[in-house]
Write a protein that binds this ligand. Structure first.
Ligand code: ATP
Length: 226
């Protein structure tokens, strides 16, 4: 698959097969194309070449909302909540777009109990960690089979990051497939089953997490700078 920003190629000939139930971590330096790849999978950015397959079906031209209804959800970089709406509204608004399934308001609040007392607060007034919980909860409300997470740790305190990953561990236990962009390599190695490293728009490593040492990942990660 290819994706451009104007004339600039951001994703170059990437061929990626995501297996059901795996936790795939996408790593790479700033500008490597990770966000563009996730957004192209989610239908938020148009592929300039190649095909996005979903369950054997070509969804390359399908708009984002159709992908959501088929079980593909994106937690975007920067969270992109409706800041002036309440937490409850942010969560419920997603429900209409998604599929029926185990995730609803109650189960999301069980996964993120810190949101329970905040249901009627404006999303924009929450802490970063709480906002990230809303962003993930909003995606879960659509009952995704594949959850795409773009830098969920960014700007959060270590404690908040731990909280987010503890909750995600519960989500993983439910069989949801995850593709996550994460800068923290230690975190990547502890959660991912597979690691894909991108460099200048291309996939340069694709291996089971337990077959890669930190030094190998770092070498690929910083390939452009060395
Ligand atoms: P980061 O960790 O900084 O988010 P990334 O690996 O997610 O990096 P992308 O954000 O996908 O990478 O960026 C890939 C390339 O596309 C970079 O060269 C970036 O400058 C460029 N790019 C990204 N978004 C845009 C945009 N909206 N307009 C123009 N160029 C863009």
């Amino acid at each position: 698959m290819n994706a451009h920003h104007g004339q600039l190629p951001a994703v170059r000939n990437v061929s990626l097969h995501v297996h059901q139930g795996e936790i795939l971590a996408l790593v790479g330096a700033n500008g490597a194309g990770k966000t563009t790849l996730l957004r192209t999978l989610a239908g938020a950015h148009r592929a300039s070449g190649g095909t996005v397959w979903w369950d054997g079906e070509d969804i390359t031209g399908a708009p984002a909302h159709q992908r959501v209804s088929r079980g593909l959800a994106l937690v975007p970089e920067g969270r992109r909540l409706f800041a002036s709406m309440t937490v409850r509204e942010n969560l419920l608004v997603a429900r209409a777009a998604g599929r029926r399934g185990q995730w609803g308001l109650d189960t999301v609040l069980d996964a993120f109990p810190q949101l329970r007392p905040k249901l009627d607060a404006r999303a924009g007034d929450l802490s970063g960690g709480q906002q990230q919980a809303v962003a993930i909860g909003r995606a879960l409300m659509t009952n995704p089979r594949l959850l795409l997470l773009d830098e969920v740790s960014l700007g959060l305190s270590p404690l908040a990051v731990q909280g987010v990953y503890d909750a995600l561990r519960g989500v993983m236990g439910q069989g949801t497939t995850l593709v996550l962009v994460e800068q923290d390599l230690q975190r990547v190695q502890s959660v991912a089953s597979r690691i894909v490293c991108m460099l200048e728009g291309r996939v340069v490593t694709d291996a089971p997490a337990d077959q890669l040492t930190r030094a190998q990942i770092t070498a690929h990660y910083f390939g452009a700078q060395r």
